[in-house]
Design a protein around this ligand. Structure first.
Ligand SMILES: [Fe+2]
Length: 265
């Protein structure tokens, strides 16, 4: 689970994502190839910046088999040549604003009960990943999302569910999925992004068991959720008062890529 509690690993585990919009990841995580700064590349033209954003959406859509649904990607594809401000940063912002407005409009016209995405971004801003203690993750994008639910089978293995969620026109919902598709962690049937994530985990697990491993140091401002989550579990194991645990649990909301927090435990 901890491998999914930060985006810090994206640059090495999912290099195809960083390659498409390096400046976006550098603006969030710093160093490697540019340092913390603007999220849009001023050295690229407006058209090049927009195309890079589109390619990034496409990689997320294909790489997760969802999250950005292909119907949303198709709408993004309609807007590649739209008129935009000359300043790349303003252009990218305006493009996303139009894209969200179009997704809202077109999917509503198709009968989907989707929210006004631009309004909801203001009223209920979300992180790229929202962790719900103790074992659930939502990765919201436009009107679709991925979700993970993880259940332990023992200290060395777990069931890791991935769902691709989306909206459907009223009355045209598909039948609920009743049987899971079970795959081994290294199955080539997983889409690319989880395949990349899972490939790391057995190696990390080995490292954690190695005799030379004394302690782990986390990036204090980006990997805080891992520490916060572990300390909250410790609080449950110690049977601390429910009120204190509830307060600490609330602090984990929005803590993805967040800092190590004093949980008052
Ligand atoms: Fe990942």
């Amino acid at each position: 689970m901890e491998a999914f509690m930060e985006g810090y690993h994206v640059m090495k585990t999912h290099p195809q994502l960083q390659r498409t919009v390096p400046i976006l990841y550098n603006s969030r995580y710093g160093m490697d190839t540019g340092g913390i700064g603007a999220a849009v590349d001023p050295s690229l033209s407006v058209a090049e910046n927009i195309f890079a954003q589109y390619q990034h959406l496409e990689l997320l859509s294909k790489g997760m088999a969802g999250m950005v649904h292909e119907k949303e990607l198709a709408i993004a594809g309609q807007l590649l040549d739209m008129p935009l401000p000359d300043d790349p940063a303003q252009a990218v912002q305006a493009w996303y604003h139009s894209l969200q407005a179009q997704i809202t409009k077109q999917l509503r016209a198709a009968g989907e009960d989707v929210p006004d995405l631009n309004a909801v971004c203001e009223s209920h801003p979300l992180n790229a990943v929202e962790f719900l203690f103790p074992n659930y993750f939502l990765l919201p994008f436009f009107t679709s999302m991925s979700s993970y639910r993880i259940r332990p089978l023992g200290p060395e293995s777990c069931l890791f569910e991935i769902w691709s969620l989306t909206q459907h026109p009223k009355g045209k919902e598909p039948a609920p999925v009743m049987n899971p598709t079970k795959l081994p962690y290294d199955s080539s049937d997983f889409p690319m992004i989880p395949r990349q994530d899972y490939s790391n985990i057995p190696l990390q697990q080995k490292g954690l068991h190695s005799q030379g491993f004394e302690f782990m140091r986390l990036a204090k401002s980006i990997e805080g959720l891992i520490s916060n989550y572990q300390r909250l579990i410790d609080g449950y194991i110690k049977r601390l008062p429910a009120e204190r645990l509830a307060k600490a649990t609330h602090k984990l909301g929005g803590n993805f890529d967040g800092a190590i927090e004093d949980l008052g435990l």
